[in-house]
Design a protein around this ligand. Structure first.
Ligand SMILES: Nc1nc2c(ncn2[C@@H]2O[C@H](COP(=O)(O)OP(=O)(O)OP(=O)(O)O)[C@@H](O)[C@H]2O)c(=O)[nH]1
Length: 421
């Protein structure tokens, strides 16, 4: 049919620019969301998320939906531009997207039903979809599209169909129907899963739109526009929202998991009474100090601690250990390592501190220990004996032995003082 006659026929065909703008907005939304979904899918795969295959086939279906809408827009632009020479190209793009989308949805159904679906089976599904899509590009009265000719109706342009057209559209509809029923059953079994519920919703939208558009292609016009275009946009907006929710849920779960892991790690490396590091952790950290690193070790032992236990009871003794630990924590720096060595003994590694700097820290510690207040007791004048040794070119255990000897010296010299080893 000559173009002029076609364009003239379109003048009263109801092809309005508003419908074009709606479709352009729909394709903008679907294209953006498809891209975001694809990025999201890649992130799921990189994080080893078990929902990643679901997201992949879902994204594929969305990309096909985008191609469907884009092709549909191409047809409409050709109509408005009044040049129908190439209208069959976007028309075919749009129609080819249907079997491809169905293949993606079948693959989605397969992974939802059987997590361990073989790759060969999934590839087979996509191959069949591609072959059917390929048939749409062959002009033959025996196939789906008979020729390069088209039909003009009040709602748009339709291909000159071949013998397989009606079976093709009905097969697409039957596949959609079967998928919807299967999905319904799956969604019912896994009603708690947001992603699956969303799939169900998507199928409901797709099915209604697919039914409408199949009838429309077969000549029964219900609404003056293609339902799949808007159905795809609605579906994708919902699908993207679901993905965001799913991802935020995954992130929340991961944060909780990390928190629990940190708490467990803390239990392993900390002394439960004082909250300081335990001996094993200090030993491990000192074992991993780089060779030649500076610093010093303090060996602290409370004076007459047994007397506190005897006078005020074991609970007050525990309270004093906690108070001393707080005082140590409040005095040392972030990079230092303070540990409860055992009983009333504490060891502190002062990073990069020479003897002079360490003496300043010891002064502060002894001052902090004075007048520690425990519940229901008078202010305690807690004294501590401290042995100090700076790291040399030797094993840290040797340095600690020197600090320990210095501690005994401090005890011997009358307690509550510092001795350097
Ligand atoms: N309350 C309490 N007491 C503890 C804990 N661990 C050890 N002790 C007690 O701490 C006391 C340590 O006593 P000693 O090693 O004799 O030391 P001291 O009484 O401080 O005497 P000097 O070190 O010689 O000044 C012992 O009586 C232990 O039973 C604990 O976790 N809580």
């Amino acid at each position: 049919m000559p173009n002029e006659i076609v364009v003239a026929g379109l003048a009263g065909s109801g092809v309005d620019t508003w419908a074009l703008w709606v479709k352009i907005m729909a394709v903008g939304a679907t294209a953006t969301l498809s891209t975001l979904m694809l990025v999201f899918t890649i992130t799921l795969y990189r994080n080893g998320d078990h929902e990643a295959p679901v997201a992949l086939h879902f994204s594929m279906a969305n990309l096909c939906a985008t191609a469907y809408v884009a092709g549909d827009i191409g047809v409409r632009i050709c109509l408005l531009a009044g040049t129908l020479d190439n209208v069959m190209i976007p028309y075919r793009v749009s129609l080819s997207a249907v079997p491809m989308a169905l293949a993606s949805l079948l693959a989605l159904r397969q992974v939802l039903a059987h997590r361990a679906t073989s790759r060969r089976r999934l590839l087979g599904t996509y191959l069949v979809g591609t072959l059917v899509a390929g048939l749409l590009w062959v002009d033959s009265p025996a196939l789906i599209i008979a020729s390069e000719r088209y039909r003009i109706t009040p709602v748009g342009v339709f291909a000159d169909y071949g013998a397989l057209a009606a079976p093709f559209f009905l097969a697409c509809l039957a596949t959609l129907l079967a998928l919807s029923v299967g999905m319904l059953r799956l969604a019912f079994q896994a009603s708690g899963r947001l992603l699956r519920r969303m799939t169900l919703f998507g199928f409901a939208v797709f099915f209604c739109a697919g039914l409408h558009d199949t009838l429309r292609e077969l000549g029964m016009e219900l609404l003056p526009f293609s339902g799949l275009t808007l159905g795809c946009a609605v579906f994708q907006i919902g699908a993207f929202g679901t993905m965001v929710l799913h991802y935020s849920h995954t992130l929340r779960e991961r944060a909780q998991h990390d928190h629990q892991l940190r708490r467990l790690e803390d239990r392993v490396i900390r002394d439960p009474l004082s909250g300081l590091f335990n001996r094993a952790h200090l030993e491990q950290r000192l074992d991993h100090l780089p060779p030649g690193v500076g610093g010093s070790l303090l060996f602290i032992d409370l004076d007459h601690f047994k007397g506190v236990n005897d006078r005020f009871g074991h609970d007050h003794g525990d309270q004093l250990i906690r108070a001393v630990a707080d005082a140590i924590r409040g005095t040392v720096r972030e990079q230092d390592i303070a540990c409860r060595w055992g009983g009333d003994e504490f060891v502190v590694y002062l990073a990069d501190a020479d003897e002079a700097a360490s003496r300043v820290v010891v002064e502060r510690l002894l001052r902090a220990f004075r007048h520690l207040q425990l519940d229901g007791t008078p202010s305690l004048d807690v004294g501590a004996s401290i042995g100090l040794a700076t790291l040399r070119d030797e094993d840290w255990r040797t340095t600690l032995q020197r600090a320990d000897q210095a501690l005994y010296q401090a005890k011997a010299e009358g307690r509550n003082r510092l001795a350097v080893g």
